[in-house]
Ligand binder design. Structure first.
Ligand code: ATP
Length: 593
């Protein structure tokens, strides 16, 4: 298939902010795509070459892209650079300079195909070692020489990681259901396949080649991380009993980093909560797991916690930041050792356990893991009454945990990959205070700072995630809690997410000075949730014309780099917090009367 077909479709998608139109353009593109390359088309459309858990980057920064455009067109780098300063978009700049060179395209012998582009981009990404910058440059310039100006625009955006068409995973699944699955009712099976493989390419290829029935048979694969099951939150033990029934299991909620462990014989792979392959960060955990997981092949979940080896005491989450590094791993490992607390088992020796209820999984976990000082099962207790739960909670907090995760033991308590549901409920220390819960919000915009903050940000515009609409809805502006160091770091951090206009998936009434693609998640502590006509979070749900806003927000200093924007606090959660706050208020009024 010609690459120009893709470029035309991208142009169409870019011209709309409406998800339905986006989906139908994508459906058209998928229908035109030969099944053997459908995975590649899906990756490219999301500006990638592989699924996220494969850690391969093209390694082409804006500067190298400018050099490639110069080399392909014969224009000076300075001229291209100054145009880039005007457009702010290296893809658009590339297009402009290639347009100026009609002769370059006139003599092209053949049109570029999708395979040509994909293979060349992979080659660029795989080029490493000394002299690699030069080689990447000539590979990219060569590709541009054969491209039309429109194709060049998208090639450059893909290669520099700035495609940002706004095509979310859920939009791709919608389009796959229509294009190959026979209609919308294939959507659920497709979503499950995606949730257990985290690879839209594989899912697309499977359904395109074998049809919708194969998607129902889709199985867990060791080596492909599963999207994690997530917990809802509640702030009183009574409410938890109401949701989970008379009897449930409570486990310590360890304050560390979630690890999804994949074992394939002697090979251990570790995936983060965001499904990045972080095996290299934890060689100690890899050794421990190789030794203490009995099954040949298995997928397990653990919380990895920083510990004081001498006393065995657990240290807070922040300690693990020292382990987030590519270099100096061994030194960091010695200075900041970790222990593992295993809390779930999803696959073992050929059997998919995700469809088994909690107690069956826990039993298998107990059989599979040999406990030692540094590899333990999460501490758990069967709960029958509020008193024993409160006692267990106090013990958890005293031991340095955040609180409890209460887990349903009902027949339907399967592992729901990628879903936040009521089968797991977290009960945290801070929910007991007067303050509103901590929330993880997505930075979607910023307002310029004034006075002491001139030249940096005055406040960040923050949004919650709405999974049913796949949108980000603003809920607060936050300027408090940002230290001088944050203010220096943030503009650099946000630079690569900057947009010229509001992102298609962001719903905002407020006008920001700067807009960002939803990417960075930060933790915020608020004092209260109020109705607000200027924020779009849960708009019209409680009262017509009003959304919900978090008052007096303060950045806690915690960047949730372990969360993707779709993992942020949801609109539904904020709505629940608002309702609980109302309930508390009413109760305290009643007590005063
Ligand atoms: P938080 O921000 O509260 O850590 P989260 O959004 O990362 O939560 P949730 O699913 O809401 O994720 O809360 C459960 C998290 O708690 C898991 O992601 C996991 O990292 C951690 N955790 C610690 N101990 C346990 C446990 N025993 N069972 C399940 N999860 C646990």
């Amino acid at each position: 298939m010609k690459f120009s077909v893709i470029a035309d479709c991208y142009e169409e998608i870019e011209a709309t902010a409406k998800r339905l139109e986006m989906t139908s353009s994508l459906v058209e593109l998928l229908k035109l795509t030969p099944t053997r390359i459908v995975d590649k088309v899906v990756y490219l459309t999301q500006g990638k070459l592989y699924p996220d858990f494969v850690d391969v980057q093209t390694g082409v920064a804006e500067k190298l892209a400018v050099q490639a455009v110069a080399k392909a067109t014969g224009e000076s780098e300075r001229k291209i650079q100054s145009n880039l300063a005007e457009t702010g978009d290296v893809g658009e700049t590339a297009q402009r300079f290639l347009e100026k060179k009609p002769q370059a395209t006139l003599f092209k012998a053949v049109s570029l195909t999708v395979e040509d582009v994909y293979e060349r981009l992979v080659k660029i990404a795989r080029t490493s070692g000394s002299g690699s910058t030069e080689r990447k440059l000539s590979l990219l310039a060569g590709l541009l020489t054969n491209a039309t100006s429109k194709e060049a625009k998208y090639i450059i955006r893909i290669v520099t990681g700035s495609l940002r068409l706004g095509v979310a995973d859920m939009t791709v699944l919608d389009a796959l259901a229509v294009a190959y699955g026979g209609g919308r009712d294939a959507r659920e099976a497709l979503e499950r396949a995606y949730n257990i493989s985290s690879d839209l390419g594989i899912v697309a290829k499977e359904v395109a080649e074998k049809g919708r029935s194969s998607i129902r048979e889709f199985r867990v694969v060791v080596g492909n991380p599963m999207r994690p099951m997530l917990a809802e939150r509640l702030s009183s033990s009574e409410d938890i009993f109401e949701k989970l029934g008379k009897k449930f299991m409570a486990e310590f909620k360890y304050d560390g980093e979630r690890l999804q462990v994949h074992k394939q014989g002697d090979r251990i792979m570790l995936f983060s909560r965001r499904l990045e392959n972080i095996t290299n960060q934890y060689p100690d955990a890899v050794d421990l797991l190789r030794e203490h997981v009995e099954s040949k092949d298995a997928i397990l979940e653990a919380e990895c916690v920083a510990v004081d080896i001498d006393t065995g005491e657990m240290k807070p989450f922040q300690e693990l930041m020292h382990r987030r590094r590519k270099y100096g791993v061994n030194k960091a490992m010695e200075e900041h050792p970790v222990s593992l607390f295993m809390f779930d088992l999803l696959y073992a020796d050929g059997k998919d356990y995700t469809l088994e209820p909690y107690l069956t999984r826990r039993q298998k976990l107990e059989k599979t893991v040999t406990e030692t000082e540094r590899v333990r099962l999460s501490k758990s207790l069967m709960i029958h009454n509020v008193k024993s739960m409160e006692r267990f909670f106090a013990e958890a907090v005293e031991r340095g945990c955040e609180g409890l995760v209460c887990k349903s033991i009902a027949e339907n308590s399967t592992y729901q990959a990628g879903a936040r549901g009521w089968l797991w409920i977290k009960y945290k220390r801070e929910y007991k205070s007067e303050m509103t819960d901590r929330v993880d919000l997505v930075v979607v915009g910023a307002l310029h700072g004034r006075g002491r903050r001139a030249g940096t940000y005055g406040a960040l515009l923050l949004a919650a995630y709405n999974p049913s609409e796949d949108t980000f809805e603003t809920v607060t502006k936050c300027g408090t809690g940002l230290t001088d160091e944050d203010l220096e770091k943030l503009p650099n951090m946000m630079e690569r997410h900057k947009l010229l206009h509001k992102h298609a998936r962001v719903k905002s009434i407020l006008e920001a000075d700067l807009w960002f693609a939803p990417s960075i998640v930060i933790e915020v502590l608020g004092a209260e949730i109020t109705l607000s006509p200027i924020h779009t979070c849960a708009m019209d749900t409680i009262r017509k014309g009003c959304g919900l806003a978090i008052r007096f927000p303060r950045f806690t200093g915690r960047y949730r780099s372990d969360k993707s924007p779709e993992d942020a606090t949801t609109v539904e959660e904020i709505l629940n917090m608002y309702r609980r706050q109302l309930k508390r208020l009413k109760e305290s009024h009643a007590m005063q009367l």
